[in-house]
Design a protein around this ligand. Structure first.
Ligand code: UT7
Length: 334
């Protein structure tokens, strides 16, 4: 059986920086509260007219990843696009990227697994490469959150956390022992309503949304039970990392770089402590970008690699948890 390897990484974030102070002008919040509870200092937001959308940010990240992989776009045999904020209701961003890249026909699919989207996407790509069906797969995570957040005090516990951006990776058939060692995925649908956005959907169409429009519980803004999500996240992150390590007969002491989904700096720090890792073994950039959901791991992975923090032979662990609930891990020998 073959296995897969990441041969190119790219990222893109919009230019507009939105600080905690900027948000405190829109809602009753403060830099102190946001930094203390989440570690976030600023995030990027798409600006009206700047030409950015979920697909076009994904395109910019993808182009960089393709260039760094040293392949031709025509070598891509499958596109996997992870997002919770697609440009269109349908079709998905996968086919949009295909069109924007100018690739005539290749399979393109969308993954709807929110904060775990990139981990799920990597796992999908890895399976196709393992079976020998494809050699080069483009995996993208991209989100436009800012267009759909409740920027009033009512939505502050959600809106201050999320930011926009995109990251991408080229997975390719590995010629040696390096690459993806394992992926482990989980979900638990009983918690769907703890972190969700219900409409517009086939359950709640736009006319009903307008009709219902009460002051509370507006279904077209994200809803989150922050404390429950936090409690589940720390448990599931830990479980799924240990599951991946055990599968590969590895110990937590062997981890060189841990790149968690950037949900909340406090969650990352909690996991870091549980794993007994030093500050240089965990990569965090939530301070600059907030939580960019499916884009957070590929943006962080790209930055860690750009800064020379991941070297050949390193054991790299990716892990995510989010809406669904869904969670997963990827163990990589770089
Ligand atoms: O990406 C994966 C999915 N998401 C996550 O992993 C998020 C996980 N959860 C969290 O990160 C945290 O629960 C939050 C950062 C969202 C919230 O922090 P918390 O410590 O759990 O705060 P809380 O929701 O319990 O709220 C505490 C207080 C409340 O006021 P009262 O009722 O104690 O008077 C809130 O109304 O803080 C208030 N509050 C705020 N105050 C200022 C909530 N949001 C804000 C805000 N600014 N933005």
């Amino acid at each position: 059986m073959y296995h897969s390897k990441i041969i190119g990484l790219g990222k893109y974030v919009p230019e507009q920086v939105v600080t905690n102070h900027d948000l405190s002008k829109l809602m009753d919040t403060s830099d102190e509260w946001i930094q203390e509870r989440t570690g976030i200092v600023e995030r990027r937001h798409i600006q009206k007219g700047d030409g950015n959308s979920t697909s076009t940010m994904g395109l910019k990240a993808a182009k960089k990843a393709i260039e760094r992989a040293g392949i031709d776009k025509e070598d891509i045999e499958l596109i996997v696009f992870a997002t919770l904020s697609p440009d269109y209701y349908f079709p998905g961003c996968g086919v949009q990227i295909q069109e924007q890249l100018g690739i005539k026909t290749c399979p393109a699919l969308d993954v709807r697994n929110q904060c775990s989207g990139f981990v799920y996407g990597i796992s999908v790509a890895d399976q196709f490469i393992k079976t020998g069906m494809y050699k080069n797969v483009l995996v993208i995570g991209s989100e436009n959150h800012s267009g759909g957040l409740d920027m009033t005090t009512r939505g502050r516990h959600v809106s201050v956390i999320f930011g926009d951006g995109a990251g991408a990776a080229i997975l390719s058939r590995s010629g040696d022992d390096s690459g993806i060692l394992s992926t482990h995925l989980h979900s638990q649908g009983e918690h769907i309503d703890e972190l969700s956005l219900r409409g517009p959907s086939t359950e709640i169409w736009v006319p009903e949304l307008i009709e219902q429009n009460p002051q509370e519980n507006i279904p077209y803004y994200p809803k989150m039970n922050g404390q429950l999500v936090f409690k589940n996240a720390v448990v599931r992150f830990s479980e799924v990392i240990h599951e991946g390590l055990k599968f590969n007969n590895l110990k937590k002491e062997e981890i060189d770089m841990f790149i968690p989904h950037q949900a909340n700096l406090r969650i990352s720090q909690f996991i870091q402590k549980k794993l007994g890792l030093g500050d240089e073994q965990v990569f965090n950039n939530i301070q600059k970008y907030g939580n960019t959901t499916a884009a957070s791991i590929p943006i962080a992975l790209t930055e860690a690699w750009e800064q020379g923090k991941i070297k050949k032979g390193d054991l790299v662990v990716l892990a995510a948890f989010g809406s669904g609930f869904t969670w997963g891990s990827v163990i990589i020998r770089w």
